[in-house]
Design a protein around this ligand. Structure first.
Ligand code: HEM
Length: 122
C-alpha cells in the first residue's frame, strides 16, 4: 500500500469516508437529516480542508468549528458520535494507505475531534 501523496488521495479518503458515514446508524443522520448536504460541493470543501492541513495549500479559508457549532445547536454532538466519526475516518485510511502522511491524517483528525468535542461539551 502507498502513502497519501496528493490531493487526489485525500479526495479518495473523503469520498470513501462518506460511503461509511452516510449509512452509519450512529452518525449518518447528521449528514442526511440534520443538515441537507450538497455532496459534490461538500466533498470539495472537505478535501480543500485536508489539502490545507496536510500539504499546506491555502484553498480552505473557513473556520471548521463554525458549521459544527451550528450543527450542535440543531442536534447535540456527543462523545459517542465523535468516537464513531474517528473510527470510520481511521478505518478508511487504513483500508487504502499506509505511511507517515497517512498517520498524520489520522493524528490530525484525532486532535481536531478532541478539541471539537470539548468545545461542544465543555
Ligand atoms: C461527530 C463528528 C462529526 C459530525 C457528525 C460532522 C458533521 C458535519 C456536517 C453535517 C457538516 C456540514 C455542515 C454544514 O454544511 O453546515 C460538516 C462539515 C465539515 N466537517 Fe464535520 N463532522 C464531525 C466531525 C468533524 C471532524 C473531527 C472534522 C475534522 C477533523 C470535520 C471536518 C469538517 C469540515 C472541514 C467541514 C466543512 C466545513 C466548511 O463548510 O467549511 N468534521 N461536518
Amino acid at each position: 500500500m502507498n502513502d497519501v501523496q496528493n490531493r487526489n488521495d485525500l479526495e479518495l479518503i473523503v469520498k470513501k469516508f462518506y460511503e461509511k458515514a452516510i449509512p452509519d446508524p450512529v452518525i449518518g443522520h447528521f449528514f442526511t437529516e440534520v443538515i441537507p448536504i450538497d455532496w459534490d460541493e461538500h466533498i470539495q470543501v472537505v478535501t480543500n480542508f485536508w489539502d490545507s492541513m496536510i500539504f499546506g495549500t491555502s484553498e480552505y479559508k473557513n473556520n471548521p468549528m463554525s458549521p459544527h457549532i451550528h450543527l450542535n445547536s440543531l442536534s447535540k454532538m456527543q462523545k459517542h458520535h465523535f468516537e464513531k466519526w474517528l473510527a470510520l475516518w481511521t478505518a478508511t485510511i487504513h483500508e487504502h494507505f499506509e505511511g507517515d502522511t497517512a498517520r498524520e491524517v489520522i493524528n490530525r483528525a484525532t486532535s481536531i475531534a478532541r478539541i471539537m468535542e470539548f468545545k461542544m461539551n465543555p
